[in-house]
Design a protein around this ligand. Sequence first.
Ligand code: F6P
Length: 368
Amino acid sequence: MKKEIKKIAINTGGGDAPGLNAVIRATVLAALHRGWECYGIRDSYNGLLVPEEYPEGGVIKLTRKSVRGITHLGGTILGTTNKGNPLKFPMQGEDGQFDEKDRSDEVVETFHKHNLDALVAIGGDGSLGIANVLFQKGLPVVGVPKTIDNDLDQTVVTFGFDTAVSFATECIDRLHSTAEAHHRVMVVEVMGRYAGWIALNTGVSGTDDAILIPEIPYDINKVAAKIEERDRRGQLFSIIVVAEGAKPKDGALSVVEKEVGKEQRLGGAGEKVAAALHQLTGKDTRSIVLGHLLRGGTPTTFDRLISLRFGAAAIRALEEGQFGKMVALDPPTVRYVPLEQATRRMKSVPPDCDTILTARDLDICFGD
Ligand code: F6P
């Protein structure tokens, strides 16, 4: 339902991704075009919930000047956090222990106190799930799909993913030299949380020898056999890309920690694979974790363009009264899908998708 809009807010939630600033720029300029005022909430919802932490204000005015020259910059000028989930906000009790508290009603109340009419929430599945709850509580909101993991449903791709894959592929190209010169096995762990999109696309583009992803639990003996087969053919090096969420058949995820109010942190999957492969093959093996390097830097042209398109489309959605929706890429256009649908399930790699079939035809091993 349409609503008169004069003043909107934008926030960026969860892990940063290349393209956030481009979305902010397009959103602000498209809003200003319509004569609307535009504000940015600092660090996801923290600017509303803990304003005392922001001497310059938890909600800041965004002008043409604020968004000048930021399209190509990584990070987010608004700041972000993955510890500020208002549905599970970490609060310290008198005993010093942290507990999770639902502060979503307070977000809605404070939003209205600032006389804000609508929100553009830029985030991944977690942040857009929060946006959907706020929408159900009466907040007019439109979401923009961000994440290097590409695990959001209902959009062909999220912004940030292309940059992450491009950089990871460049790293693998570089690792080929050492792998080949030293006859080594190089194991490269990439982010992606519980989905294998980054590992899969990087592994195929980088012509790796094995790709281990959460969607296909692996048997390490099969990966070792692949390395040995290469050795027999005189190809004395191998490159294995491992998604941080990859796990062995009948094995567990590699988890670093779980803090109150925060998603569990994954890590160590690559190191485990490297150690096992060294033991099984006896070959010189190294493991490299690309980690947060995949989230930084300049967005690729593809990511810049979809980010700018998503930002402008979010404003058109608000203008049309398409609240509770997420902007989704559906080439050659964008469409609006209910946040509810977009956040209902994670978009995993279908084990029979054409990229996997292509990889198998290229003789890439999945450890299955
Ligand atoms: O969701 C983006 C992401 O980079 C994941 O790929 C990764 O598991 C997680 O965030 C890392 O989070 P943090 O920045 O808290 O280490």
